[in-house]
Write a protein that binds this ligand. Structure first.
Ligand code: COA
Ligand code: ZN
Length: 308
């Protein structure tokens, strides 16, 4: 149990929301099925946000309807406000995620609300979700640094997270939205968060902007956290947080965890196939280190020898 780690695939939401290439519902569905084939059972599938703000997510309800019902799968969608929550309910979502940024400016830029209004809006959605029996995650975005305000005060992050927990949030995802965290900071942050909320209520969401994704994940893992967001092919980035680049790649995280003796339930070969599919669909490059390595002759030979 201790060794079981959940990887929550956010590629279809965080990964695609800011990508210059728009995928059709059919293509998103095909990518979802490739991820399912690789064993992925946890997804943040889409977001019910303003289509004017994020055109790539305008098909949220259509995409949800195109995904086959599967009791083995846990799916959430990001909702920025009560309107988004109502749309998610209409689409029969069983899980949602609210997003509260730790700074005044990022809330303004991302969802057009002050920190106070955003806090109240998140609380309203969490209360509604609890009443409706819907799973509700609360992101604390910019948990390490804000693109507008610099380094984030850990006490503020924990204070906001406490408000979300008090309202009834099932899960707190501490998000290094722009990938600016460092292992020492994340060790302190997750150490304190685990003490305050317990490891089982926490999830970690890292971006690999400065190649820190795996190091930060390892530190969060050692603090006791067992749920991590990642994005196939390292796709990702927030349109309203300058400097935010791809999420930590799912296949990179899965490889590190599996080789270190943790169980993810994911097939590396399947993830590599899904990453290659994403690369093909998006017509260019994807991030992550595993895909090029896995495809090399050297790695193929190592696998044949049973050494990889
Ligand atoms: N889904 C779809 N449409 C929505 C909506 C939602 N959840 N919430 C508001 N709208 C619509 C309103 O109906 C209104 O439509 P209209 O222009 O046709 O009248 C329009 O969006 C503007 O609404 P308003 O309440 O004035 O909000 P806004 O323009 O300040 O936008 C958000 C606020 C939250 C909707 C918008 O900033 C947003 O969607 N942000 C998401 C950002 C994001 O996804 N970031 C990455 C993930 S963290
Ligand atoms: Zn993100």
């Amino acid at each position: 149990m201790q060794n079981r780690v959940i990887i929550n695939e956010v590629g279809l939401r965080d990964g695609l929301q800011n990508h210059p290439k728009r995928l059709s519902v059919k293509e998103k569905q095909t990518l979802y099925l490739a991820l399912r084939k690789a064993g992925v059972a946890d997804f943040e599938l889409t977001s019910f946000v303003s289509p004017k703000a994020v055109p790539a997510m305008a098909d949220a309800a259509e995409l949800v309807a195109a995904i086959p019902a599967d009791p083995a799968v846990h799916i959430t969608a990001l909702v920025p406000n009560r309107r988004g929550y109502a749309r998610a309910r209409e689409a029969e979502m069983k899980g949602v995620a609210v997003v509260l940024s730790a700074t005044e400016t990022l809330n303004q830029k991302n969802i057009g609300m002050s920190l106070q209004t955003a806090t109240d809006e998140c609380i309203a959605v969490i209360l509604a979700a609890k009443q409706d029996g819907i799973f509700c995650r609360a992101y604390i975005a910019a948990a390490c640094a804000c693109p507008y305000e610099g380094r984030t005060d850990q006490a503020v992050v924990l204070h906001l997270a406490q408000k979300m927990v008090d309202a009834g949030a099932d899960e707190i995802a501490l998000a290094d939205t722009i990938g600016a965290g460092n292992p020492a900071q994340v060790e302190r942050l997750f150490g304190a968060a685990v003490e305050q909320f317990g490891a089982s209520r926490l999830a970690a969401h890292f971006h690999d902007t400065r190649a820190m994704g795996l190091a930060l994940s390892w530190v969060a893992l050692k603090s006791g956290v067992r749920k991590f967001d990642a994005s196939i092919g390292g796709l990702g980035g927030c349109p309203f947080a300058p400097g935010a680049s791809g999420n930590l790649a799912t296949e990179d995280l899965a490889l590190m965890l599996e080789q270190s003796g943790y169980e993810t339930g994911l097939s590396l070969a399947g993830l590599v196939d899904a990453a290659a599919l994403a690369r093909e669909m998006l017509g260019g490059q994807v991030g992550g280190r595993v895909l090029p390595w896995y495809s090399s002759d050297r790695a193929r030979k190592e696998r044949e020898r049973g050494a990889a």
